[in-house]
Write a new protein. Sequence first.
Length: 155
Amino acid sequence: MATPSRILQQKAAFAAIGGTFLAMCAQASYVEFFQDTNFEHKLTRVNDVQTDVCYDLVCADSNFASTSAKCGGLPETGVAFEGGSAMIAFYTDRNCTSDYKWWPVDSQSDGDLGFPDSFPFNISSFLVINAWEISSVESACSKPLTVDTRTAAIE
């Protein structure tokens, strides 16, 4: 029979493992942006994407013009929409306040290649929507935006 101290040690170990797993899952979320349609010529990748945070992509010294994007590791459920889907919205201007197009986050895991391989506009900011309340606006400009001339394969 396990002693009370042994049980506490086991609970602490399980909590540590669970916390590490959750941290790894959160860090695995990303959105990549491409200069051309069909995921060609990668511009940048925003890592550790959080829900209800607006990410600005246009920097003062850049000519950022993304026309396609793909994501991974984002939460696929949310509370703001009927059916419980999380959504990702891509905006034409900074601060997630302009015209936008949105898709369910789970559209890529479902193999729906219509998400979003060709935008009718340039992407300037984006938001992964859970509760549809913007908690903050963050700039993705901390890293230089350079065009990767290699073609990225669709995963």
